[in-house]
Design a protein around this ligand. Structure first.
Ligand SMILES: C[S@@+](CC[C@H](N)C(=O)[O-])C[C@H]1O[C@@H](n2cnc3c(N)ncnc32)[C@H](O)[C@@H]1O
Length: 428
């Protein structure tokens, strides 16, 4: 396929996402199934056009002064590749599979817009109702933080120390372009996709089948490390889901002690069994019934609440979710977070720790929840988060946004990771 056919396919996929309100990954997969002639290179290029359009939707729509699938795909392609309107038309000319060339109105409005500075609220590429929240979260740095949140992400992996050393796994993944991660000691990274390329499918590598590594954002690895699970501990992972943090903590515990992995939604737990087996984790007990947790009350050294949240920190990887998020959904997540924190707290033993994690950038879900928790539960005190960070990552003092009593935030601009939040409370 030439550029025009690829852009037309991206427009068709965005149309499908919009009209059927479905996740981008599902729409991409269905398009692939009904266009089997498209090769791997075509699919990768089309995927990049779709995801770029969703990441930079407001900028791309501003370029044509309209928010249609055509405008956002063509606009994002122009911004990403620094193409003028005339250059885009020249590239599409004579291609029977291309979308219609830019007409006189489109040429004029996009040329005018390209000659003006882009307003900061447009360049931020977040929904309008979220702007006050990102300004509150980042202060003067909000524009740079939002720009990083709208950029292409790297592919991050975590070496499973139960089975292999990082040097050995890096060697096995040399062809895939893996490098040591900047912060996480067991992390490996393939840099963000350039141009029309694609990330390697690392899950087909023998090293993956052998359980030597997991795919996991570096921010997720860092918060799992900050939780501080150590050999011999009794740990409750209260929102274990598919087990990303459970697996990381099991490795940190060297398979000694015990992790109880619970999730209120048993369907979400289903991938954990295969993952535990492949990774050779032997100290994890999966619990699908809340009633079965009762004997653990007041017994845990560590309880991790990896709470359901808006996922605003992962907008680089799931940009479609950014535009679907509503204030009502935020309110619903906030209420769930309060209820889960309160339910999880009773499992911590005196002297033990409750840790709270989100993959959100919003203060409402992060430090404000932590403050409210301490006000509701006077028996819990926030730890000194600066000391926790210094202890675990002494060489990366400037790679997190840390407030001593209010927790640790990771962001794409500051940390080079997805957006994450971590807070810990000691039970007196
Ligand atoms: C952010 S996800 C967890 C991701 C997982 N820890 C990982 O690292 O792969 C949040 C999880 O919380 C679960 N959850 C929602 N409400 C819950 C509740 N009341 N109690 C326990 N888990 C809950 C959801 O089913 C979801 O799997």
């Amino acid at each position: 396929m030439r550029l025009g056919g690829r852009l037309a396919a991206a427009i068709e996929i965005i149309q499908d996402i919009e009209t059927r309100h479905r996740p981008a990954a599902d729409a991409m997969r269905d398009w692939g199934l009904s266009h089997r002639f498209a090769g791997a290179g075509d699919r990768a290029a089309i995927g990049n056009f779709v995801y770029d359009a969703l990441r930079r939707r407001r900028s791309a729509a501003w370029l044509f002064d309209e928010d249609t699938p055509r405008a956002i795909v063509l606009g994002a392609a122009m911004l990403e590749n620094a193409l003028t309107p005339e250059a885009l038309n020249a590239a599409l000319e004579g291609d029977n599979f291309a979308p219609p060339l830019l007409d006189a109105d489109e040429l004029e409005v996009s040329a005018t817009r390209l000659s003006q500075p882009m307003p900061a609220d447009i360049a931020a590429n977040v929904p309008e109702w979220c702007l006050p929240m990102v300004e509150a979260a980042f202060g003067e740095a909000w524009a740079g933080e939002c720009a990083a949140l709208a950029a292409r992400p790297p592919l991050d992996m975590r070496v499973n120390r139960l089975k292999a050393e990082r040097a050995k796994v890096l060697n096995a993944l040399r062809r895939a372009g893996a490098e040591p991660s900047p912060i996480a000691p067991d992390g490996m990274r393939v840099p963000p996709i350039a141009g029309n390329g694609r990330h390697p499918n690392v899950q087909t590598e023998p090293a993956f089948q052998k359980g030597w590594f997991e795919v996991q954002d570096e921010g997720s690895q860092i918060v799992a490390e900050l939780a501080g699970a150590r050999p011999g501990m009794q740990v409750l992972d209260f929102c274990a889901g598919a087990g990303g943090k459970t697996l990381a903590m099991a490795a940190a515990m060297e398979n000694r002690g015990q992790i109880h992995a619970f999730d209120a939604d048993r369907k979400r737990l289903s991938p954990i069994f295969d993952r535990l087996k492949r990774a050779a984790c032997r100290n994890v007990q999966v619990v699908a019934e809340e009633a079965a947790l009762t004997p653990l009350e007041g017994q845990m050294d560590l309880v991790l609440v990896d709470a359901p949240c808006t996922g605003s920190g992962t907008w680089r990887r799931r940009p479609d979710a950014k535009w679907r998020l509503t204030p009502q959904q935020l309110e619903a997540r906030l209420a769930e977070q309060v209820a889960i924190l309160d339910a999880a707290a009773k499992f911590v033993k005196p002297g033990g720790r409750l840790t709270y994690v989100t993959c959100s950038i919003f203060l409402e879900e992060n430090s404000q929840q932590a403050d409210a928790f301490v006000r509701r539960m006077p028996g819990f005190r926030p730890v000194d988060h600066e000391a926790v960070w210094r202890d675990r990552f002494p060489e990366h003092a400037d790679k997190a946004l840390i407030a001593a009593e209010k927790g640790i935030a990771l962001t794409p601009a500051t940390s080079g990771t997805d957006g994450f939040y971590f807070a810990a409370f000691r039970r007196e």
